[in-house]
Ligand binder design. Sequence first.
Ligand SMILES: [Zn+2]
Length: 98
Amino acid sequence: MTKLNGNKPLDRNYFRYKDRPKPTDEKEITDCCGQETERDILNVNNKEDWLLIEDYIERNLREYSSTESITPIVCKECGRLEEYISKLKFNRKLPGDK
Ligand SMILES: [Zn+2]
């Protein structure tokens, strides 16, 4: 049986479970967003975690002037952080432009 590759993000789990089966114990994976419960994932319901998320975004905005905003995408059920989506400025003038 051949599987079609592509059209999906290759993350750390992809490589971690590439050569061995994924754990089947249901308790280890959250029902809502499929994340491992043992992993230390930032959660917006946790005030300290939210401060870390804010800090991360603030640092990135300061460091990369081409970034207009960063959206933390979180699980609507449990609040675990899934990814950051950066919005870039495309109308930025390059040095030398007139
Ligand atoms: Zn969740």
